[in-house]
Design a protein around this ligand. Structure first.
Ligand code: ZN
Ligand code: MN
Length: 444
């Protein structure tokens, strides 16, 4: 029997604003000691009132525009209620009826994946437990509590594990180029939850009706795990369907070590959250002009597509190399900086050095340029120049040569050093050593 996997993705992205979503606390908390970035607002103390972060709202609209969404000129925050120890107020300030943006799409491998909504909310705190506390209970760190979080929800129309991973990669790139988040899945600034269901391929072709259940998977922190989780769920659900059972509507947790998922809880539905408009924050109202100027801003920003074209046209890079410096934005940024720093460098060759990590990227630009220059100059030393240099050094250092002939290895190192001083380290030491040894054998 042929089956079809249907996936909808919910992705949470932490915005890299300086301040949190509803208070003045620093949102730059990564690596900080627990509970140092907190105040009465993000600790949910009685009487503390939230004040929205305008930057976060503007960036969410910008992302909405980049995802070809319709921007709602009027939207508002709502309270989403649930209980968990990392949620101080007993509710999360989020958006429900009227998100900032909706009905967009993201192109993935030429196919449009429709975006249902893009809304803004606040992050929760984080539970800490395990070995670091000798497995004695759980502790809560509220540094993350109240950090602005954008949620992007697709329509359930992603058709494979690979397409899900490709969508996430495309979304990550879009956001990174907007400069509104680093989208680092390992650090948790990008998190995704696939909603997976499976149905018979024929049923899908004939009726185009989604299954009446979906399984949400949490706890995924890499592109690879997204793929593995979807692959596992597909197999698990097919097995159930083959036994004429309908998979349960539930929330499951991904277990990295076993590449499987396990039940966490039954899945909530919207009414469980008792959403209602946040009374402490007035509605958000945009004027069409404000959206227009954000559109212009978006057009002025670099995008992955623009960079790819620029690298091919103006840097003479082939499409594959250009893509490598586009999809790894940090590496591409560094490349562009280095070329601007030294315009003489061979651009395609410099690109290869960076991609193959032949230069030390932890060094300042000036040092990398020097490294690149000497690496690229290597092949321009003529063989005659090499032999001449070696001959010269042998002639000038009779004592070292004599020592070498007596079996002193340090003498060889000395002679090698003398050659390198003249050649300026533009050659692989091993090659030079070979030429030197060869010539030394000929010395009478
Ligand atoms: Zn705070
Ligand atoms: Mn959310």
């Amino acid at each position: 029997m042929n089956y079809k996997t249907i996936v909808g993705l919910e992705t949470h992205i932490e915005l890299n604003t300086e301040q949190k979503m509803f208070c003045g606390c620093s949102a730059v908390y990564f690596g900080a000691k627990p509970n140092r970035h907190v105040c009465p607002v993000c600790l949910g103390l009685p009487g503390a009132l939230p004040v929205p972060n305008y930057q976060a709202i503007e960036w969410t609209v910008l992302l909405g525009l980049a995802l070809h969404c319709q921007i709602n000129l009027q939207s508002f925050f709502e309270r989403k209620h649930y209980f968990y120890p990392d949620l101080v107020k007993g509710y999360q300030i989020s958006q429900y009826q009227q998100p900032l943006a909706q009905n967009g799409y993201l192109k993935v491998n030429g196919r449009k994946i429709r975006i249902n909504r893009v809304h803004l909310e606040e992050d929760t705190g984080k539970l800490l437990h395990g070995e670091q506390f000798q497995d004695m209970g759980s502790y809560v760190d509220f540094n993350r509590s109240g950090v602005p979080l954008v949620e992007i929800v697709t329509e359930p129309e992603i058709e494979s594990a690979k397409e899900a991973a490709d969508y996430l990669k495309a979304l990550q790139l879009t956001v990174q180029y907007l400069g509104v988040s680093d989208c680092d899945m390992e650090k948790g600034s990008m998190r995704c939850e696939p909603n997976i269901s499976v149905l018979k391929a024929l049923d899908w072709q004939e009726h185009h009706v989604l299954p009446n259940y979906k399984v949400e998977v949490k706890n995924i922190n890499s592109f690879r795990y997204v793929k593995q989780a979807i692959e596992f769920e597909t197999k698990r659900q097919i097995l159930l369907l083959e036994q004429k059972q309908t998979p349960k509507q539930e929330t499951r947790r991904y277990i990295e070590s076993k590449k499987t998922t396990e039940n966490m809880r039954t899945k909530e539905v919207a009414q469980d959250y008792r959403y209602f408009p946040e009374p402490d924050i007035p509605p958000i109202v945009f004027l069409p002009d404000q959206i227009e100027s954000l559109k212009q801003k978006l057009n002025s920003l670099e995008s992955p597509q623009k960079r790819q074209i620029d690298l091919e046209k103006n840097y003479q890079l082939n499409p594959t190399v250009a893509w490598q410096l586009t999809e790894n934005k940090d590496l591409g940024d560094r490349y562009l900086k280095l070329v601007a720093f030294n315009k003489e460098l061979d651009r395609p060759k410099l690109a290869n050095l960076l991609i193959n990590r032949k230069v030390d990227l932890t060094l300042p630009d000036s040092e990398i340029v020097k490294q690149a220059q000497s690496l690229l100059a290597k092949k321009t030393i003529a063989p005659e120049q090499l032999t001449q240099t070696v001959a010269q050094i042998i002639k000038n250092n009779p004592k070292a040569v004599a020592d070498y002939q007596k079996g002193k290895q340090t003498a060889l190192q000395f002679l090698l050093g003398q050659c390198l001083r003249i050649l300026g380290r533009q050659i692989e030491v091993e090659d030079l050593k070979e030429i030197l040894s060869k010539q030394l054998r000929l010395v009478k």
